[in-house]
Write a protein that binds this ligand. Structure first.
Ligand SMILES: [Zn+2]
Length: 168
């Protein structure tokens, strides 16, 4: 079965080659492609019918929200990112052969959790699944994600979010 490529803005910005006519993106991504060269490539792909802009029904975006609500990544995904992931989710539910092209680590991490294939152009894709943990920059005490304050209860230093590997 032919692969449907789902393209993030980074696919255009980093020069992904559109060899087939099976390339898709969501309307929200178009606003993120601003520089002249990427825009030219984007417009040409549409003119040559290599790229289809496809909207996604809300129910799929809601499903994505539900699936990733366990992961700290939900906070870091923009609305266009979520739509893009929802498109990949919709296609895979329809039994299509999907691959997302994105250099965004948060998108890649989310796809990994959801079991949807992806590939980067510059990056090779991250190894393993990551999550976020709150850590005090002073005494290094670790806090749960729902700890409501910005400062450490022990030493009063600032708490920052750290990416931690949770599985391979
Ligand atoms: Zn502390």
């Amino acid at each position: 079965m032919e692969i449907c490529y789902i393209l993030d803005a980074s696919a255009f910005i980093n020069g992904f080659k559109l060899d087939s006519n099976n390339n898709f993106t969501v309307p929200e991504i178009t606003a993120e492609i601003k520089d002249f060269e990427s825009r030219l490539m984007f417009d040409m792909a549409i003119d040559e019918c290599k790229l289809t802009i496809q909207d996604v029904p809300n129910k799929y975006t809601n499903c994505v929200n539900k699936i990733i609500s366990e992961s700290g990544d939900i906070l870091r995904l923009s609305f266009p990112d979520k739509k893009l992931i929802a498109l990949a989710y919709m296609f895979s539910k329809e039994g299509r052969n999907v691959k997302v092209i994105s250099d965004d680590y948060t998108i890649q991490n989310t796809l990994k959790i959801m079991g949807i294939p992806y590939s980067g152009i510059i990056t090779e894709g991250i190894k393993g699944i990551y999550n976020w943990k709150k850590v005090c920059e002073g005494c290094k005490k670790e806090y749960d994600d729902d700890y409501p304050f910005d400062d450490c209860e022990i030493c009063g230093s600032k708490i920052y979010k750290k990416r931690i590997k949770v599985s391979k």
